[in-house]
Design a protein around this ligand. Sequence first.
Ligand code: ZN
Length: 287
Amino acid sequence: MSTLLLDGATGTELGRRGADITLPLWSARALLEAPDLLKAIHVDYLDAGAGAITTNTFRTHRRSLAKAGLGDRAAQLTTRAVEIANESRQQRNPDALIVGSVAPLEDCYRPDLAPDEAACRREHTEMIRALLEAGVEFVGLETMNNLTEAGAATEAARRLAAGKWMVSFCTRSEGPPGVLLSGEPLADILPSLGDAHAVGVNCVAAPAVECQVTFLRDALPPHVRIIAYANIGYADSAGNWVTTDAVDPAAYARYASRWVAAGADIIGGCCGTTPDTIRAVKKAIGA
Ligand SMILES: [Zn+2]
């Protein structure tokens, strides 16, 4: 199967282009205040060569929106995000896939804040159902940082989107591969993921991704595709953002080539990547 090129970051790219991405709404605010800018970002990723658009639904769970008094608009805003992704596809590349982003219910870098299993199951079910009803081709669980939430979210995806779901994990950027941000072993959930379309890592520093890809390729059956999309930096132990050389699109593309060599076949960009990053990756891997 040929390599699928995903898009790059949406949230940080909205911020780079002047949109308000303050918490708690973060990227979801653009659905209300900057839909044209959001659409322009999707279009720019398609023009850069992305074969898939990720919906701007990272923060449209009811729980996230409720923090801004908008909880009752969860389904509406999720649907709006899918519509905007669809409009960009119609404009530029009708063959592109729409991947419905499903994020952790709480801060993606704070596994300690994850709700209990019943809440995770209930809230991810609501989110996944809304994305499917709005017409996404794939459900993309991303930045999953702990086993309880990942288990509940993958179970909901399996039930609602059989064969049309993927999951990527946020692993530690330092130390041995296969350790979630929570400190739990990724190996514990992998045996249950044989029916996923793809499994991978995201929101990890680019230099730390290759060993994660090797780890996943060894652990998963060959029919499961491997996803990799990285950050251009990482948060250090004191919480400060440290930029790596992956901020340079050509350098990011060199990392991406190594992920492909290690067995990844769905490649994109996470926080801090731009359409220039995706253009460079396309040139490097020929997707
Ligand atoms: Zn990220």
